[in-house]
Design a binder for this molecule. Structure first.
Ligand SMILES: NC(=O)c1ccc[n+]([C@@H]2O[C@H](COP(=O)([O-])OP(=O)(O)OC[C@H]3O[C@@H](n4cnc5c(N)ncnc54)[C@H](OP(=O)(O)O)[C@@H]3O)[C@@H](O)[C@H]2O)c1
Length: 251
């Protein structure tokens, strides 16, 4: 039921980390993938890797914070692949800084990609999906959209906004056949955070996760495929935490 042959998926933030992993997983299930981000060279490397494994991928440069860039990226994608069935709204940034020191520019640097950009991409995706009777949008939120942590006020606010946006869009777009759900990962080990989790502070954080370990990117595969496929055809407006129980840790 999670076979994606004949489906077309657009993934934002596919030049590194989770987005690159998601693109590979969707391609391995048979989807044709449009891999988007700002760094063209990284997208081309991913495209070659997927082609080398027998999959199909097209690189499209897109800055999600720039409405004309999103419009041009979707136009290019639709020229290449004809239509879209799946959008994985994954592009995002995190910066850690005490809220008292956040400048207006710092605030915008987080909110624009994580929330405004996610809206622009979801809207362009839904307009394309409406043309072929529906599709599925997966917003990559975070457990920080539901709970908080010091130094991450802008990030937590952006992800809480994305969770509420997911629900609002699910309500409006159900009549179009467009489903909108969110994945809320806990702490997932990537190249960017591996060094931190090897420190004492990192070990203390891991100790608070009920399952006692960090997430691995592969822990997201099942929930991602559920939301991207017909296996979730009666789900919209849902938020799935994938966090080893971190959200339910003891207060
Ligand atoms: N890793 C975790 O533990 C974790 C946990 C919960 C949620 N998440 C969420 O998962 C998503 C991916 O995170 P990650 O850990 O994989 O981070 P990452 O490796 O830093 O990847 C972020 C991606 O977003 C893209 N991006 C950033 N700004 C963009 C913009 N303005 N326009 C287009 N693309 C942009 C980057 O590509 P370019 O620089 O090439 O544009 C990159 O591909 C984020 O939304 C993050 O909040 C991650």
């Amino acid at each position: 039921m999670t076979d994606l042959t004949h489906r077309v998926a657009l993934v934002t933030g596919a030049s590194s980390g989770l987005g690159r992993h998601f693109a590979r997983i969707l391609a391995a299930r048979g989807a044709t993938v449009v891999a988007t981000a700002r760094r063209r060279a990284a997208l081309e490397t991913l495209t070659d890797e997927i082609a080398g494994s027998g999959g199909r991928c097209h690189p499209v440069v897109m800055d999600v914070t720039d409405a004309p860039s999103v419009a041009a990226g979707f136009a290019q994608a639709l020229d290449l692949v004809g239509g879209l069935d799946i959008v994985v709204n994954n592009a995002g940034v995190a910066q850690t800084r005490p809220a008292i020191d956040l400048s207006p520019a710092d605030w915008r640097d987080t909110l624009e990609p994580n929330l405004t950009g996610a809206f622009l991409v979801a809207q362009a995706g839904a307009r394309a999906m409406r043309e072929r009777g529906g599709g599925t949008i997966v917003n990559v939120a975070s457990i920080l959209g539901e709970r908080v942590s010091k130094g991450l006020a802008a990030y937590a606010a952006s992800k809480a906004g994305l969770i509420q946006l997911t629900k609002a869009l699910a309500l409006e777009w159900a009549p179009l056949g467009v489903r909108v759900n969110a994945l809320a990962p806990g702490y997932v080990e990537t190249d960017l955070n591996r060094a931190f989790f090897a420190t004492e502070a990192g070990a203390r954080l891991i100790a608070r996760i009920p399952q006692g370990r960090l997430g691995q990117m592969s822990d997201l595969d099942g929930p991602l495929l559920l939301l991207c496929s017909d296996a979730s055809h009666y789900m919209t407006g849902s938020v799935i935490a994938v966090d080893g129980g971190h959200l339910v840790s003891s207060l």
